[in-house]
Design a binder for this molecule. Sequence first.
Ligand code: FES
Ligand code: FE2
Length: 372
Amino acid sequence: MYINFWYPVCLSNEINEGPKKATILGLDFVAYRDHEGAAHCLSNVCVHRGGSLANGICHDDGTIACPYHGWRFDGSGKCQKIPSLGPGSKIPKRAKVDSYPVQEKYGIVFAFLGDQPEKERPKLYEIEEFNTEGWRSNDPKIIDIDYNYERSIENGLDPAHNEFVHPTHGFSGAKNDYKVNPTQITKVDRGADFEQLFDAAPPLDEETYGETARKSEGELTVWGGYRGPNTLITLIHTKKETNWFHQYFFEQPINEFKTKIFFISMRNWLLDEKMDDMIMERNMAVANQDIALLTELRPALTPPTLTKEIFVPADLIIGEYRSSLDEFTKKGFKIDTQKVKETQHQTAYAIPSPARKKEKSWVLDPVPLIKE
Ligand code: FES
Ligand SMILES: [Fe+2]
């Protein structure tokens, strides 16, 4: 798991009534909306005696109050009030928690979990067709899975599994001339894009598939890619200018073994709102085929070296993703989860926020990172 990327924290509407706790990269965060409607994301551990801020309440001065002794922290993480000191008292300099840059987009609250200054940060992924004419998106769908997010991203990139895992995408290896076409890869900042031609997707009968039925075998081109360790893009195009699906997966690693996927499904046909449920049902039927399979993968985490698996040409984009992860490790972004596990009962850690580059005097230790 890596710091210095954008992670989904919660849905926008989950903080309309009060704060919400989220566990991301193995650590706890609180998201809340201030009196003016702006969303914030703070480290959840109160620096007084370790209270969980998410169990506190939001005040109309823009602060969130710890439930234990009522210390109030503003959106920048600074403590503004220590009730036990009495009115007008000076607040100690160290009374602050980490606060992370936040963006709300697509109905999701995203936070940049890391300490990079703004000019070094990657951009939050931009869905260009979102809210544009001729496209419709479902409400964001949360998918909870009991496996590692890297395994999940790799599955979404993998062009060779559709034939065997998804009956609506392939012929289960029954065709003698089946092979995976070469993958075209383009590297981009902290990620890669791919283009992949699928020769034939099976016809889909009208009785079961209604308006999404396919009368004959169809050629599909899939564009896609990844950004950072946790954002997956899948663009499925028919030869026509329509009948396209664009899918975006913003993954929240809760820890190494649990993931919450924030899924945005877009389409440029069947634009009636009434089709939303049917389309999500179809999406989830496919997703559940992947989930059943991925829950059983061993080892649970992606192996540390490529020699513990076999790579063939159809795995090219997965190899590219692994090399990106290596790059992030070399940059010093990888969390030392072993060290966290050994010390977590004595030490509450925080992901270092951008303010740590400018200010000293932090109470919580920064999460240990792997040094290469
Ligand atoms: S633990 Fe938060 S105010 Fe005391
Ligand atoms: Fe799949």
